[in-house]
Design a protein around this ligand. Structure first.
Ligand code: MG
Length: 400
């Protein structure tokens, strides 16, 4: 790590780092482009990739002029090509094209900011090609953390977290002896339903759940935040990133979202990282590979803060949190099943097909039904993912 930091410092002086951004039209993607635009001497965009939002992608490509622009949804390809090729901008579509693009010689770092399971394959391709990765796609580590870590061991790639909690822990751990770490304390805003009774939770709508109190994020992660499954995923993510036993990774509800997470050491000391809830801060820290760049729009103003509060999460109203410990105890394909069932359930909740509390019930049903595999391969994960999605979809369709 020390060597890496020295080289990075040198690179940041003399070298413009070339990025591939997956999920360029989303919340993290556009904020990454914001950081790039503020540091044109340090970063340029070689590849821009989006899933379906072709109009936004066209606008971003015209502004940033990448060497290659990719839309995952092939039905949108002709629109992209018709708009960009006359401007001399190359285009492609499909998931294979994404995996090829992140391996290109002219890429130094892949920013993986796509949502969901589909982020896994490009992460693996980037590691196999020896590219550094700034990772916002937490599902990559949730589903296949063990395989990702194995592949990182035999690759020159470095993986830097963009998730704000993990960026905070990374910052707190720097310069510390790993053996002196007692607990990782992951803060959670508590989401929009922190104080909502179980009876009301039975009736809440998607628009209620999309009103996040402190963070502005995409729809899927906002619903994950409302069920608090997002926090379960972050516990799993922390486990694979920092190699700390699961029972020593604990969540705490902190509604103000100012303390982004903490590390407790075995002398009783606790280090916390604080900042305004602005994802540009952890994005900039990952892009800079610990070299600090202008990130958040404004620093924290203590005189504007009346109080910082902390409370235990209520696992009776938010049972999804405990799925983290179940997944880390069982390992194998357990987290893959949880993630796949959740992706289908959240999509169904957003379109009003199921109720809020059904999300957890559907995950439990998938865990009961889908066969357990103790040491899955990547192919097993792919099969488990599609089998779980089909099972959950059918269950919703049959009005279970
Ligand atoms: Mg987070």
């Amino acid at each position: 790590m020390y060597l890496c930091i020295q080289i990075t410092t040198y690179l940041n002086v003399d070298y413009q780092k070339k990025l591939a951004i997956i999920g360029a039209t989303g919340s993290i993607g556009t904020q990454t482009l914001d950081i790039v635009a503020r540091h044109p001497e340090k970063y340029s965009v070689s590849v821009l990739i989006a899933n379906t939002r072709v109009d936004t992608l066209i606008q971003l490509a015209i502004k940033h002029r990448p060497k290659l622009t990719i839309i995952a949804d092939s039905t949108k390809y002709w629109k992209l090509k018709n708009e960009l090729e006359p401007l001399g901008l190359e285009c492609a579509s499909g998931h294979e094209a994404i995996c090829d693009a992140v391996s290109r010689d002219d890429i130094d770092m892949v920013v993986n900011a796509t949502v969901g399971y589909s982020g896994l394959r490009p992460t693996l391709s980037a590691i196999d090609a020896g590219k550094d990765i700034a990772l916002a796609n937490k599902e990559t580590l949730v589903v296949a953390g063990e395989i990702i870590n194995q592949r990182l061991e035999s690759s020159p790639s470095h993986l830097y977290p963009i998730d704000s909690e993990h960026s905070a822990i990374w910052q707190c751990l720097r310069g510390e002896n790993p053996e002196s770490v007692n607990r990782l304390i992951i803060t959670a805003s508590g989401g929009p339903f922190r104080q909502t009774s179980i009876d009301t939770l039975k009736k809440v709508s998607a628009s209620d759940a999309l009103q996040h109190p402190s963070w502005s994020m995409g729809a899927k992660i906002t619903i994950d935040s409302a069920t608090m499954l997002n926090k379960a995923f972050e516990i799993i993510e922390a486990y694979w990133l920092f190699n700390i036993p699961a029972h020593r990774i604990v969540p705490i509800v902190h509604p103000q979202s100012i303390v982004h997470s903490m590390v407790e050491f075995n002398d009783g000391s606790i280090k916390a990282q604080l900042g305004v809830p602005d994802m540009r801060l952890p994005i900039a820290y990952a892009l800079g590979e610990t070299v600090r760049l202008a990130g958040a729009e404004r620093p924290l103003n203590f005189s504007e803060m009346s109080n910082l509060t902390f409370e235990e999460p209520d696992t009776e109203r938010f049972p999804c949190i405990n799925l983290a410990y179940h997944a880390l105890e069982q390992r194998g394909n357990t987290a893959c099943i949880i993630n796949a069932a959740n992706e289908i359930a959240v999509a169904a909740f957003l379109t009003g097909r199921i109720k809020f509390l059904d999300i957890y019930e559907l995950i439990i049903k998938a865990l009961e039904h889908i066969p357990y595999i103790s040491t899955p391969t990547i192919e097993d994960y792919m099969e488990c993912n599609s089998e779980t999605r089909n099972f959950t979809e059918n269950l919703i369709h049959s009005n279970y």
